[in-house]
Design a protein around this ligand. Sequence first.
Ligand code: PHE
Ligand code: NA
Length: 449
Amino acid sequence: MAQRETWATRTGFILAAVGSAVGLGNIWRFPFVAGEGGGAAFLVVYLLFVALIGFPAILVEFVVGRRTERNPVGALMELGGGAWKYIGGVFIVTGCVILSYYSVVAGWFIRYFLEGFRGSYASHLAGYESAAAEVGAPTTALMFGELSTGLDAFVLHTIFMALTIGIVALGIRRGIETATKLMVPGILLLLVGMAIWAYTLPNAGAGYAYYLSPDFNVILDNWVELLPAAAGQAFFTLSLGMGVMITYASYLGEDRNLTRDALTIIGFDTGIAFLTGLVVFPIFFAGGITEPGEGGAGAIFISMTDAFATLSGGRLLGILFFGTVTIAALSSAISLLEVVTAYMIDEKGIERWKAALGMGGVIYLLGVPVTYDLVFLDLLDLFADGILLVFGALVLMLLVGWVAPKFAVEELSKGIGDLGGLGQAWIWAVRVPIVIVLVVSLYLGLVDY
Ligand code: PHE
Ligand code: NA
């Protein structure tokens, strides 16, 4: 077999991992969860969970990937022996399922991005008003309920998957590393620019107040729901439980300080999530929307677009915002397809471009039903995000924490030196608290399903 690829530079690896981590979880979900969950008080809880759960868990995926230089199936087989490969297979299935609907959702953002050029944010607002006034809204109106499924959604899903497949087919260096080297700085620049713009908007202060005013009572009153949710978000936001970080670390090819890389990646992920809140909430309050969290993801699309329709300069701001979300979604999607592609290359000896195209095609077909009916989105999401992902993560933590802890500590210390008591502290964090959190999440996921 040909020599396995590696990242060209350390920065390339970090940016690719940041590109995976920064996605809809940061730019869509996080600000609203924080806004509703007690503002600055929630931030403290969230940071605690990222530090106590996310940080040890990302290190687990890193050491497994770097040591085995393999995709998740091969990696688990090498570490645990024959039967573990079936469990590694869970990561591959999770990646396929999540990417199938992630691509459809990303298509919605492309649509909103394109509609900005046609100047339809205002007609969106008008469409809702007239829909409320009379039956039979204007067909030109940009309405979330109509565009989330149907031919347009299908076409945009096709385009998004084609882009994802194209980048992954080009390989680690020429494809993923090059693409994320452009995309991640782009995301950061756009967000900083928009945050500055948002600061100048009228009523921005009310937006900051909604987002950041610390309310510890919200946390004290709701900790039963809030703690598992915060733990789940810590996993999702760092792209854990899908084998992404195993796969990306498998292309490292040299021993460097993984702890430092993990901290850098977590810093970027958290920073970008926080920054997005500084963009989104001033825009809402300037646009006259004072209950931004109400009504879930679809409603957020609508109220965000309403705000863009109302603001002067809102059209350009909207194009920039939806464009940024699209880029962030693309840099996450390629990491999911890479997990599946790496599996086909390593285990089945298939050429990269064929693997990317073939598996990308299967994932694409799996997503098509979602463009017909959003029922499939909820089904796939509950199953993959609520159960498969948590199960995969749990098994990996058990394997590393209880079956192969010695290898793990030894691998982590490469490029750092003697870890002293910290190595054991890390293993115990993996063995008990993370396992408890995952078991509780799995239970909740199964009940939900
Ligand atoms: N980490 C991404 C986010 O926060 C989600 C994701 C998970 C993307 C796994 C790819 C793989 O949006
Ligand atoms: Na994230």
